[in-house]
Design a protein. Structure first.
Length: 100
């Protein structure tokens, strides 16, 4: 699996740094990608956060979201993928600063 970073060049919405895609290179998911990850600057400048693919829906006029990537049994499984995405974004930033 590789992580592809798609920078948010428009600056809209505020705080969104980039989107991320997981590209699968082997196994039954080989040749497919999972999109919908967002990399955001935390409010107040306290680091970065990753949002996961989700589907929006409405209940009694209230907007909610349903996470599409969910842990089977280990609730910390999402933290591993969050770290992989943040590391890929940091590498992207380092390459961009060297190239720029």
């Amino acid at each position: 699996m590789t992580v592809t970073i798609v920078p948010n060049l428009s600056g809209n919405p505020p705080g969104k740094l980039a989107d991320a895609e997981l590209h699968f290179t082997e196994g039954p998911l080989g040749g497919l990608k999972l999109v919908g990850f967002g990399i955001w600057e935390r409010r107040g400048g306290g680091g970065r956060n990753v949002t996961f693919p989700a589907r929006q829906y409405s209940v009694n006029g209230e907007r909610r979201s349903f996470a599409l990537l969910r842990p089977v049994s280990d609730a910390t499984a999402q933290e591993r993928i969050r770290q992989v995405v943040l590391e890929a974004y940091q590498e992207y930033e380092e390459r961009a600063s060297v190239a720029g």
